[in-house]
Design a protein around this ligand. Sequence first.
Ligand SMILES: [Zn+2]
Length: 123
Amino acid sequence: MANGESQKTKGQPGITQAALFGLCPCCGAKGLWGGPATLADICRACGQDFGRHEPKGRGLYIVVLPVTVLLIFVALKLDEVMQLPVWVLVPLWGSVVPLTVIGALRFAKAIVLMARLQKEGLL
Ligand SMILES: [Zn+2]
């Protein structure tokens, strides 16, 4: 090994596994998410404190605003290409918008969590 970092982080989940499957970045156990886009307070397997690393408030605008603008452009483009009836649009956007925003927030929070844990030397 060139350095100790690669041995230490070997086998631990990356950002994608943490965001999509809710795997703890420290031990790999499930349970990173306490809500749809909210970190659990602690890891039930290793006791890692996630709550104090959770980004909150205006810091999340940097994620939510570009996603919102992107969704508006996609909706306008879709309406321009094909004029879907309202009964299709309501369930379509009613499911696409929350899933997209929650997914973006999960990725952003997983990135911030892993960066903060790395900065503290916990990863
Ligand atoms: Zn854990």
